[in-house]
Design a protein around this ligand. Sequence first.
Ligand SMILES: [Zn+2]
Length: 68
Amino acid sequence: MLVYDYALKFLKELGGCMMEDKKIVCKDCGEEFVFTAGEQEFYKEKGFDNEPKRCKPCRDARKQNNRR
Ligand SMILES: [Zn+2]
């Protein structure tokens, strides 16, 4: 059925656009952390192109060091 094929293709394309959780290795501590789909969307919304390179604890630690 043609309509069914079309719907299937559409769903597939939609699925390809959906963001998935991503695993990233932290630059600082070497631990793997999850860059969640929600965070990716947040980054996109803010216009950030690059992914975070550090896990959250490391980012927080850096923030605190910078603030002093
Ligand atoms: Zn880290």
